[in-house]
Design a protein around this ligand. Structure first.
Ligand SMILES: NC(=O)c1ccc[n+]([C@@H]2O[C@H](COP(=O)([O-])OP(=O)(O)OC[C@H]3O[C@@H](n4cnc5c(N)ncnc54)[C@H](O)[C@@H]3O)[C@@H](O)[C@H]2O)c1
Length: 253
């Protein structure tokens, strides 16, 4: 069976590393065209360098900071101009902040609060408020945002991070109500996933174990998240909207 992703056009934000990068490769492998933006120019160059000739002809990249609304507008416009239409968007750009797992709420600085909220909440606002203007995306398009299992529960010494991920889920669910059958909007909630972000947390904090004793007793990998994101971006999930999909080895069981 040909994937419904073949011949579709997607825009991926934060696609140069980790789960975003795995999603870019998954969509290209299934025959889609993919516009990729990220704040890291170096990682975007590395992504392009690794693509086959065939895949690089179906992909373009742009250095964009998701917190910059006009840069996001330009990225989406360029993707639509180059591809003719946009069938789906996934936003992976996010942060745990600089002190995740080590700072109680009363130890968290106002600068840190602003950094986390700006990226995890305003970044999503920029994406949704730009992309969901009626008529901009193709009919029955799908938008996926990457929250966290901490979109639904507290994080010990990570209150602002958890608050930002709760806010993102609220925005996704509300947007789904506003767009109805025109555009589906969903959130994926990863548990602990082995990515450069997670590895940086492990280096920073000894015994970083935000989800101890999951039924599947290991970390997830980026491809396992990409598979669920690709499903939500595809027509196979045509009756799914306003939902939160855990990819967490059963951490919430
Ligand atoms: N790894 C985990 O265990 C885990 C668990 C739950 C949720 N998450 C969330 O998943 C998402 C992806 O994380 P990952 O683990 O793949 O991390 P990652 O660091 O490997 O990838 C994140 C990408 O986002 C990009 N980015 C960061 N700030 C940006 C900005 N301002 N504008 C544009 N791009 C920006 C980075 O350059 C990077 O390429 C994040 O929102 C993160 O909070 C991760």
């Amino acid at each position: 069976m040909t994937s419904s992703i073949a011949n579709m056009n997607y825009a991926i934000i934060g696609g140069a590393s980790g789960m975003g990068l795995a999603t870019v490769h998954t969509l290209l492998a299934r025959g889609a065209k993919v516009a990729v933006c990220d704040i890291s120019e170096k990682n975007l160059e590395a992504l392009l360098a690794r693509l086959s000739m065939k895949d690089s002809s179906k992909c373009f990249t742009k250095t964009v900071d998701v917190t910059d609304r006009s840069a996001i507008d330009c990225f989406f416009l360029e993707a639509k101009e180059r591809f003719g239409s946009i069938n789906g968007i996934a936003n992976f750009a996010g942060t745990g902040g600089h002190g995740l797992g080590t700072e109680a709420v009363w130890q968290t600085s106002e600068d840190e609060y602003n950094f986390i909220m700006n990226l995890n909440v305003k970044g999503l606002f920029n994406v949704l408020s730009s992309a969901l203007v009626p008529g901009f995306l193709a009919e029955h398009a799908s938008v996926v945002h990457i929250g966290s299992i901490f979109s639904q529960k507290g994080f010990l010494n990570g209150a602002v991070f958890a608050a930002s991920k709760h806010a993102a889920l609220g925005m996704v669910r509300s947007a789904a109500k506003e767009t109805g059958s025109r555009v589906r909007v969903n959130c994926v909630l990863p548990g602990v996933i082995d990515t450069p972000m997670h590895r940086a947390n492990l280096e920073r904090v000894k015994n970083f174990t935000p989800t101890p004793a999951t039924p599947i007793p290991r970390d997830g990998n980026a491809q396992e998240v990409a598979n669920v994101v690709a499903f939500l971006l595809s027509e196979e999930s045509s009756f799914v909207t306003g939902d939160a999909w855990n990819v967490d080895g059963g951490a919430n069981a």
